[in-house]
Design a protein around this ligand. Sequence first.
Ligand SMILES: CC(=O)SCCNC(=O)CCNC(=O)[C@H](O)C(C)(C)COP(=O)(O)OP(=O)(O)OC[C@H]1O[C@@H](n2cnc3c(N)ncnc32)[C@H](O)[C@@H]1OP(=O)(O)O
Ligand SMILES: N[C@@H](CCO)C(=O)O
Length: 305
Amino acid sequence: MPIKLPDELPATEILAGENIFVMKESRAFTQDIRPLRIVILNLMPVKETTETQLLRLLGNTPLQVEIVLLHMSTHTSKNTSEEHLSMFYKTFEEIKHERFDGMVITGAPVEQLEFEEVTYWKELQEILDWKMTNVTSTLHICWGAQAGLYHHFGVPKHPLPEKIFGIFPHTLNKQNVKLFRGFDNYFHIPHSRHTENRREDIEKVPELEILSESEESGIYVVATKDERQIFVTGHSEYDPTTLQDEYQRDVGKGLDIAVPRNYYPKDDPNREPIVTWRAHANLMFSNWLNYYVYQETPYDLNNGK
Ligand SMILES: CC(=O)SCCNC(=O)CCNC(=O)[C@H](O)C(C)(C)COP(=O)(O)OP(=O)(O)OC[C@H]1O[C@@H](n2cnc3c(N)ncnc32)[C@H](O)[C@@H]1OP(=O)(O)O
Ligand SMILES: N[C@@H](CCO)C(=O)O
């Protein structure tokens, strides 16, 4: 929550320079408050799991949030029941006349296909274009980020020689970015990818900025310079055992999969994983909701005021 200070107090400008969120009395007096409208485009196969992960993070702020869950009408889900989708989800057709304060686009296990081979690619492209005008800020996660970077800016994804799989240390490229307010110098994030976005492709796009990286797992967060489109390649929302479930699934299938790195004590998959990313996951989602959504979105979504 912002700290409300007298307009003329010297600390007001110093803290504002550090991106400590200061609201001047004059603005606080005129600020109207209403619940935020967030749409989650859930592309993950087991939708109930991802819903719970994201809602846990989106629910951890003092802000009131109304959630709309969206699924693709041009894809028949193999792993989520029709009953669940018809009870809790909407389609793009049903909401495309609406405006939202924020949007989250999840990952999907289709990263080894060309974008154009994904059954719902055309519908996704339509949604990506729509959110540029109908949503104040969008957080794209993993394949959702790759899809957004490719569709909007032509940034390709590249296959990796080996899956990036585990928990990796990250650093920030720039000081005082609001998305990372309160972050430590090093922080840990889960990654689980067979593909990557590369620095040299992103640096060719003047609208984009790389905000966080990892020596081992590469690019982590990219954003447009207007901060309205955020692309996150890792899975900070993952539960303590999500990587373990993926690992055991692949071992069960007889696939050549390495033990997730920096995850089990002494890399021993018979021991309980250690959670080292939860605090930063909570911080990033609450910073996004507060600084990129709540403080930027118009009070009257339909009139932009
Ligand atoms: C890079 C990232 O974004 S990572 C995020 C993805 N992470 C995860 O999905 C982790 C959890 N997922 C899993 O553990 C597994 O995918 C499971 C257990 C759900 C299913 O695994 P499998 O049996 O190996 O694969 P399955 O054949 O069900 O296909 C996986 C998904 O890809 C989808 N898919 C496959 N080919 C295509 C295609 N051409 N176009 C669109 N979707 C496709 C499937 O339809 C299915 O998704 P759905 O349930 O939404 O329909
Ligand atoms: N996180 C995914 C990667 C595949 O896109 C999985 O392991 O299922």
